[in-house]
Design a protein around this ligand. Structure first.
Ligand code: SF4
Length: 458
């Protein structure tokens, strides 16, 4: 696309970003964070108290009725990427992975023993990590047999699996993809991050751009129609020109959807050291916002729509249902495995964050839940706004659930973000405006309670 950078800079100038900085809605150069990654839960993990699993799954607690989403964390990878803050172990033996799957099976049995999930159906399933396609063909088959035998999965369920280029290109890569298809997986999510080979090396990814494209083509040939590709704006050495090339290459592949989540740097990751030493190699905050605008303009021209904020989707049928339900509809999610986070019966809770703690809890026949809270009505409202704004919130849903409009409950915040032009609404939906989208996490934080802010920032 000609003049993409020039056009995006003009849009950037019109958005009056300094006005946001003055109002305290400000991005850091790159998101540096000791307490949380991008906002994916409310309250965030670091603000949650410790909790006993029996408080959530007591004999007296309510049954879970209706549909839920299932997430399974598989913490295995072929190498550790420079920026990775996920729980993932490198090159583990097949025996250890089997042991992990045995433990997941016990976790499911413990949950089902509580009797709370007898009347539920899974509307979406997500296998994430880690890299699920690191597991063997037999292990992938085992996971699906397990889920199918323990849960009722709706026939039209969205079933997503994360896959990496190097595992697809491996000797048994095609066979694994076929196993996924046979088990009704209908959405594949592949992390490419960039097509720039030098940056891929810096990131310690285990493929080059040619191989990534080849892996995508294999997945298409095997039969996957709905493929999401992740790109990351804000990487070291990534200029606006490099980003434009990334967009052009992805445009040629025309996947069903593209995720462009900006880089977030956790202090525990290797990329934090690089950032400390060579900050100048990272795009500054203006450029990261510009990259977002470039992506928005680029995909708009190709007919993609943006929902949720960092997802660009070619057609409505490819929209990422699990994320929309989780963020915009107060959808229940049951997460299995190490570091999984669940939202069940108004409890937001987390499983242990290390594999050893996770295994140890299950070995003692205890659910591996360690932090969580039951949300009060006002905190449920906050949660819906914090997460839901990224994908749009149905006014009808908010009023039917809480009996009030968001602007009547959070008057001051609403006035602030509305007057800055960060949100817009029609008769049905409240959503972030074009100007608000690159600042979605900063806007979300406006809805945090004082208590959570204190816990988080002290
Ligand atoms: S492939 Fe994903 S989960 Fe694995 S190390 Fe890299 S970023 Fe982390």
């Amino acid at each position: 696309m000609k003049n993409l950078i020039k056009k995006s800079k003009e849009i950037f100038d019109r958005l009056n970003i300094p006005e946001l900085q003055k109002a305290g809605i400000e991005r850091e150069d790159v998101k540096i964070s000791s307490h949380s990654h991008h906002i994916v839960t409310y309250p965030p993990l670091s603000a949650l108290p410790y909790i006993k699993p029996s408080k959530i799954y007591s004999p007296n607690s309510k049954k879970v009725l209706g549909e839920i989403a299932l997430y399974l964390h598989l913490p295995f990878c072929t190498g550790k990427c420079l920026y990775c803050a996920y729980v993932s172990l490198v090159n583990q033996s097949e025996g250890f992975m089997d042991k992990y799957l045995d433990t997941v099976e016990t976790e499911i049995n413990l949950l089902l023993k509580s009797g709370k999930f007898n009347d539920t159906k899974l509307n979406t399933v997500y296998l994430g990590g880690g890299t699920p396609t690191c597991l063997s063909v037999g292990q992938l088959n085992r996971i699906f047999s397990l889920l199918q035998s323990k849960f009722t999965i709706k026939t039209d369920a969205e079933i997503t699996v994360e896959a990496s280029p190097e595992t697809i290109l491996a000797k048994d890569g095609k066979e694994k993809l076929k196993v996924l298809l046979k088990n009704n997986v209908n959405r594949l999510s592949m992390g490419f991050q960039t097509f720039n080979d030098d940056i891929l090396k810096v990131l310690r990814r285990r493929y080059n751009s040619k191989q990534a494209i080849e892996a995508y083509k294999i997945a298409k040939r095997v039969g996957f129609e709905n493929i999401n590709i992740d790109l990351i704006p804000g990487l070291p050495d990534q200029t606006l020109e490099v980003w434009q090339k990334d967009l052009e290459k992805i445009g040629k592949l025309a996947p069903a959807s593209v995720t462009c989540y900006p880089l977030s740097i956790k202090q525990t990751t290797a990329i934090y050291q690089l950032y400390q030493k060579e900050r100048q190699r990272f795009p500054n905050r203006e450029d990261v916002v510009l990259m977002h605008i470039m992506a928005t303009e680029f995909f708009d021209k190709l007919g993609y729509s943006q929902k949720p904020v960092y997802w660009f989707t070619k057609e409505l049928k490819y929209i990422y249902k699990q994320q929309i339900s989780k963020w915009s509809e107060l959808g229940r999610q049951l997460a299995l495995g190490v570091s999984g986070y669940s939202f069940i019966n108004d409890f937001q809770y987390f499983n242990y964050l290390t594999v050893s703690e996770y295994l140890e809890a299950i070995n003692k026949s205890i659910l591996p839940i360690y932090k969580g809270i039951k949300l009060s009505k006002v905190n449920l409202m906050r949660r819906l706004l914090v997460l839901g704004l990224k994908a749009g919130i149905s006014k009808k849903l908010f009023i039917s659930r809480f009996g009030k409009k968001p602007k009547d409950v959070f008057k001051d915040v609403w006035k602030k973000i509305k007057s800055l032009g960060l949100v817009e609404e029609d008769n049905e939906v409240i959503r972030l405006s074009y100007k608000g989208r690159p600042f979605c996490d900063e806007i979300s934080k406006e809805f945090y309670s004082e208590k959570i802010r204190e816990n988080l920032f002290r």
